[in-house]
Design a protein around this ligand. Structure first.
Ligand code: COA
Length: 159
């Protein structure tokens, strides 16, 4: 049976840190679906369509990866699609509390869920979407931090 996992996130925008998790996850699972969360409560820089398109563009070469929108509870999506595995990246100890809370809440709501954590590669431990947004908003060069199509898109959003 195929091992299918989802990798949910806001991806505002997707960074090379996320790409590291995606590439390594795609080697572990037969199919990896990246779920771009709508997150109405977050004031995102990019719209859901823009975030979705950036993730699609960044991952188009990875054969067993596909991309979808998450506009509901994660557990609802998982039940509806009969998926048990959730992939998340861990950068530092500071991520742990939040990730632990999410994993435990999700498994309370849907006990069959298994959350699998991939430890960030050393060069991406410091990286976050908000750092990328900040550097770019002041005209800084983000080409080492994000896929090429994301760097291009960020240039259109400078102050
Ligand atoms: N490399 C680089 N950055 C990383 C990273 C990695 N490996 N892992 C996380 N990050 C950063 C992101 O860039 C982002 O940075 P920012 O806060 O500076 O913008 C931050 O960590 C968190 O991002 P992300 O991984 O996208 O997670 P999230 O917290 O935005 O996503 C969801 C949370 C979408 C998974 C969660 O809210 C969810 O499942 N929502 C659906 C509704 C639901 O079910 N809610 C109940 C959940 S218990």
């Amino acid at each position: 049976m195929n091992k299918i996992a989802v990798y949910p996130g806001t991806f505002d925008p997707i960074t090379n840190g996320h790409m590291d998790v995606i590439k390594r996850g795609a080697e572990i699972f037969d199919v990896l679906t990246i779920l771009v969360a709508v997150r109405k409560e977050k004031n995102t820089l990019f719209s859901i369509e823009e975030r979705l398109n950036m993730v699609k563009c960044a991952t188009k070469e990875i054969k067993n990866v596909n991309v979808a929108v998450l506009d509901t509870l994660l557990v609802h999506y998982l039940k509806e699609h009969d998926i048990r595995f959730v992939l998340r990246g861990l950068r530092a100890v500071s991520d742990f509390d939040y990730e632990f809370q999410m994993a435990l809440t999700n498994s309370e709501l849907y006990p069959e869920i298994e959350t699998i954590f991939i430890m960030s590669s050393r060069q991406y431990i410091f990286l976050s979407s908000s750092i990328v947004r900040e550097i770019s908003s002041y005209g800084g060069n983000v080409s080492n931090f994000v896929p090429k199509c994301v760097a291009e898109k960020l240039k259109t959003r400078r102050k």
